[in-house]
Write a protein that binds this ligand. Structure first.
Ligand code: FES
Ligand SMILES: [Fe+2]
Length: 452
């Protein structure tokens, strides 16, 4: 008699075995094999060993402020419910009925006392415990109340400054160890709030593109592409008339003009790579309206509110941080200064979902949030004149990588000149270095060659 399969048994019919050597050979110091972006077997391994292990950002506490609040998301291939339980804790549950496998909840978010499976009515609490089973006596032993038939839990859930992360692996580095110095990017975002708290607001922009998930994370710290990919919006901004005085259009025009900054500026931008594949850009442009607060009553009011909580010196320090995109590998990218966060979810080797969130700074004048929404419309909205350019090049990159004539992707910009810096980071010699991509791929190899 064959041995019964246990729970969570890795199972595949004909997947070729990729050895650690096979994987390691795909990534060289300054180049990477196209299979990393195009091979479905590599993608399966990524789901198991990278997205199945790393801490993934699921969302923010403000999305589930009260008991019963929930939102749905996914981790690797798992559909997941994040719910605030009655004991106040945030739970991450696998959205898969213990009876015959139906996804239990298909609402993107909401509030509920229980999750009721649409198929046969099995009902679960916000902690995933099985509460009600219709026709319960028909099972032997009776199904109601059985602990082994609840919604499976994601093994580890933790939060940093209100940002909820989870890991599908029961063991591994703690969230703080995983984040390392990238913690300071979350600090930078939250410290900007006069109340000391931020909240997700204004809905979410979602888009998919027909390309591998790595393309977006590689692009968010790529300082060479704006002048080329975003040329059309740079031209439009240069020809635009003076922005409206309420700042709504101004923030958009400023960003588009910034994309057309001269090469020297991009070269002098800071670009840091950190352990676990993370990275961030610094010394980038600052929203000087906030720093000087000279010319607009709204920004003056905001700055005064922040100073009231932290003092003038600390407020100047907080508003003077000019960090641009911070990437927490492999699941998100965010910009503290403009209060934007993008969560990246691979759907297939050549299909990726990106969800973009905006944050309201607690205690700030409401017009500050209008400013945030304006920025979101320009950079992350599905009608954005900037985002659409990026999506076009992701899809063209994916298309180019499917050709078999040439197998390698060259990542040599700045190779050999990376410099060790504080807080266990490495800094690209110039801001246009591809250090962040080499760093992501080094982490990728570590995750994928670490066999269970
Ligand atoms: S599949 Fe969920 S109750 Fe039957
Ligand atoms: Fe871009």
């Amino acid at each position: 008699m064959p041995k019964p399969l246990g729970n969570n048994t890795a199972w595949s019919f004909d997947m070729p075995t990729l050895s650690a050597d096979d994987i390691a050979r795909l990534v060289e110091p300054d180049r990477v094999h196209r299979a990393v972006y195009t091979d479905p077997h590599v993608f399966e391994l990524e789901m198991e060993r990278l997205f199945g292990r790393a801490w993934l950002l699921l969302g923010h506490e403000s999305q589930v402020p009260n008991p019963g609040d929930f939102f749905t998301t996914r981790m690797a291939r798992e559909p997941v419910i994040v719910a605030r339980h009655t004991d106040g804790s945030a739970r991450a549950l696998i959205n898969r009925c213990a009876h015959r496998g139906t996804t239990v909840c298909d609402a993107p978010s909401g509030t509920t006392r229980q999750f009721v499976c649409p198929y046969h009515g099995w009902t679960y609490g916000t902690d995933g415990a099985l509460a009600v089973v219709p026709f319960a006596e028909g099972y032997d032993p009776p199904a109601a109340g059985r602990r082994d038939l609840g919604l499976a839990r994601v093994p580890r859930v933790d939060a940093y400054r209100g940002f909820i992360f989870a890991s599908l692996a029961a063991d591994g580095p703690s969230l703080l160890e995983f984040l390392g110095h990238l913690r300071t990017s979350f600090d930078d975002l939250v410290d900007r709030a006069p109340s000391g708290q931020v909240e997700v607001a204004g809905g979410v922009f979602k888009h998919t593109y027909r390309g591998n998930w790595k393309l977006v994370l590689e692009n968010h710290n790529d300082a060479v592409h704006p002048a080329f990919v975003h040329a059309s919006s740079i031209w439009a901004a240069r020809e635009s008339s003076k922005p409206e005085s309420d700042g709504y259009a101004e923030i958009a025009v400023r960003q588009m003009l910034q994309n057309g900054a001269p090469p020297e500026l991009w070269e002098s931008t800071g670009l840091w790579a950190a352990p676990s594949g993370h990275s961030f850009m610094g010394d980038y442009h600052t929203d000087s309206r906030l720093v000087t607060a000279l010319d607009h009553p709204v920004f003056r009011e905001y700055r005064t509110a922040l100073e009231r909580r932290v003092g003038a010196e600390a407020a100047a320090r907080i508003l003077g941080v000019s960090r641009w995109n911070s990437i927490v590998y492999p699941s998100c990218s965010f910009m503290s200064q403009f209060r934007q966060l993008r969560i990246v979810q691979p759907l297939a080797v050549d299909r990726t979902l990106v969800s973009a969130y905006s944050f309201r700074l607690g205690g700030a004048p409401e017009q500050m949030f209008r400013d945030t929404v304006a920025f979101a419309n320009v950079v992350n909205g599905t009608g954005s004149p900037v985002l659409t350019d990026d999506l076009e090049v992701y899809e063209r990159a994916q298309h180019g990588l499917t050709t078999a004539r040439s197998d390698w992707v060259y990542l040599g910009r700045g190779h050999g000149s990376d410099l060790p810096d504080e807080h266990r980071t490495w800094r690209g010699k110039t801001g246009t270095s591809e250090i962040h991509i080499r760093n992501q791929l080094a982490a990728w190899v570590r995750y994928l060659t670490d066999e269970p």
